[in-house]
Design a protein around this ligand. Structure first.
Ligand SMILES: [Zn+2]
Length: 351
């Protein structure tokens, strides 16, 4: 299985409020209210799981901060003023975006890019009085690049806002993290994500649920799965669940997830959470074929499902630190297999 495209191209410059998913609008308005009160910190770090919309929010917030239009209390970005027309066309002179260069799998944001950004931020604003820099995903700043950003993060010129976003804040140097105000975004409720996905991807409810399951409930990640990969990964995971529940070897199954252990952890977490909900009487949402779901519920005790869910959450968090993807995938599937081990099957391998 190929690595999930966790860092797709930068949000198209024309994105405005209308394209912002409903679960991100309240956070946008909270940040703008802080700005209007003069209380918005100059360096924001947006965190939250991949596929939640951090990048979208960063882009729309940047546009809103450079919006010159609208009456008092009007919605921003207004989409009509000069600032909005320029950000909409990707050509605003007071906005700069840093992302890793495309192509390389381990694309980094390098020191020369940051130096260019710092120089830009020290110029005076050309239009609205603000200058905005967006850095996504900021965990790709290499060490030298991060160091060359510190002074600007600490003492930015007047009117400068830096918006950083990452799904892996643990990979960010503490020196960068500590100079930002962290805004953690939470995933939307399943029903909200599902409705958005059905409308956005023109998907039926069943496909939407499966894609959301594979994406661990993260709607933009689910949309990407439907658009780019289809549900092959989901079908493959189903086959693996069948094999593991019949005593299959988790270490062998882990091979296919070597490059996407985070996706594996997210999908397995979503499936375990759903099995637990069903075990406690909630209706079947159709994440798994009902015969498989019923079999797994019969086979695994609620306690072991719950413990495994918690352990996989720990694996997921540990994935914020750089480590071997293969080992992580093995750890996840060893735990899962232990919970699903068929009755009477001996415990042959332990994590
Ligand atoms: Zn505007």
């Amino acid at each position: 299985m190929s690595e999930a495209p966790e860092h797709p191209d930068w949000v198209p410059p024309g994105q405005g409020r209308g394209q912002l998913p409903p679960w991100l609008l309240p956070e946008l308005d909270r940040l703008l209210a802080l700005h209007d009160q003069g209380r918005l910190h100059h360096a924001l770090l947006l965190t939250g799981r991949t596929g939640l919309g951090k990048r979208l929010l960063a882009g729309v917030l940047a546009r809103a901060l450079l919006c010159q239009g609208g009456e008092e209390g009007g919605q921003r970005p207004c989409g009509e003023c000069r600032g909005c027309r320029l950000t909409g066309g990707g050509a605003h002179p007071d906005l700069r975006t840093l992302s890793p260069s495309r192509g390389g799998e381990r694309g980094e944001i390098v020191v020369d890019s940051v130096r260019g950004l710092v120089d830009f931020l020290h110029l005076s604003a050309q239009l609205s009085g603000s200058r905005v820099a967006v850095i996504v995903p900021c965990d790709r700043l290499n060490r030298a690049a991060a160091n060359s950003l510190l002074k600007t993060l600490e003492e930015p010129p007047a009117g400068v806002f830096l918006i950083l976003a990452t799904g892996r804040p643990g990979r960010l140097p503490p020196t960068v993290r500590s100079r930002c105000t962290v805004r953690g975004l939470s995933p939307p409720p399943w029903g909200t994500a599902r409705q958005w996905l059905i409308e956005r991807a023109a998907a039926g409810a069943e496909r939407a649920d499966k894609a959301l399951a594979l994406a661990g409930g993260m709607p933009l990640a689910a949309e990407r799965i439907l658009r780019e990969q289809g549900l092959e990964g989901y079908e493959a995971l189903l086959q693996q669940l069948h094999r593991l529940s019949a005593g299959g070897d988790p270490v062998k199954e882990a091979e296919t997830w070597e490059r996407a252990p985070e996706a594996l952890a997210d999908a397995v977490s979503a499936i375990l959470a759903d099995l637990l909900r069903q075990r406690h009487g909630a209706p079947d949402r159709g994440l798994l074929p009902s015969t498989l779901a019923q079999q797994l519920i019969r086979q695994a005790s609620p306690e072991s499902l719950h413990q495994t869910f918690l352990r996989i959450g720990e694996h997921r968090r540990s994935l914020e630190q750089p480590l071997n993807g293969r080992l992580a995938a093995e750890a996840i599937l060893l735990d899962l297999a232990a919970a699903l081990r068929p009755v009477g099957h001996s415990a042959s391998r332990q994590a």
